[in-house]
Write a protein that binds this ligand. Sequence first.
Ligand code: ADP
Ligand code: MG
Length: 268
Amino acid sequence: MISQLQQGLRSLKCYHMANALEEVIQTSKENDLSYLDCLNSLVEVELHNRRLNRIRIQFRRAGLPLEKLLEGFDFKFQTSISKRQVNGWLDFSWLDNRENKLFLGPSGVGKTHLAIGLSREALQKGYKVRYFSMCDFVEEMILKEASSSSREWLKELLRNDLIVLDEIGYLPIDPRYTHLFFQFINECYEYRSVLITSNKMPAQWGSYFGDESVAMAILDRLMHHSEIVIMNGDSYRLKDKLDTLKASEKFSDGAFPLRSKAPSENFN
Ligand code: ADP
Ligand code: MG
């Protein structure tokens, strides 16, 4: 009887129910549970496992390059942002409201770490996320355009709740493709959330994109419903080397960029 029921459940694609059937029946017997409770436990097993599978698939699809957790972020080292502020983002109402986040600051201050940590939390909550380094994004965008498949690609991308574009500003974008990037941002505007990290302040985006007016239009859309976090301070990568490097500063002309400059100035 049990194996017949398991077969039936499998043909209904309720694989988790089928697998848990014997155990749930046994526990229900031991605890004198009603038929209704027993059935309810089985449905819960199915729903829970389906959700876990969905999240697992979404984690794979997100393309996060590293395992960086929010728990591992040292808010005592990076004081431009507080733990309270980040915790406030974890209800993800900003994703529901299609708002953006821009993390701006020099190299090594934790922009990517925070972006990945936040993406992981969003995925755990069941949101769809897609991560790109800006370099990979531009490369893919150009390839899709060349193969006339950019419409389908864009449609697929816009199925995500959050699109992360990490490290805007490091490698120059060919100005011939700036308009394509604008089109992408325009499609996301008020429809999907974008999380940007950049070592360039908005004033530098014109020269980065090679066109002031398109850069303005991109920024305009990104910043309209957004939170901008300026992250300053020393590079975490050099954390253990800072004392040595600071001492050596006395002997150098200060060419080595140990510290970030004030937010109003250029990062580079
Ligand atoms: P950015 O993207 O700003 O250049 P990253 O996020 O890549 O910086 O950080 C560089 C390295 O330092 C990473 O290994 C990251 O995990 C670590 N890191 C940066 N800031 C912090 C921090 N506040 N707490 C813990 N680790 C940090
Ligand atoms: Mg980074």
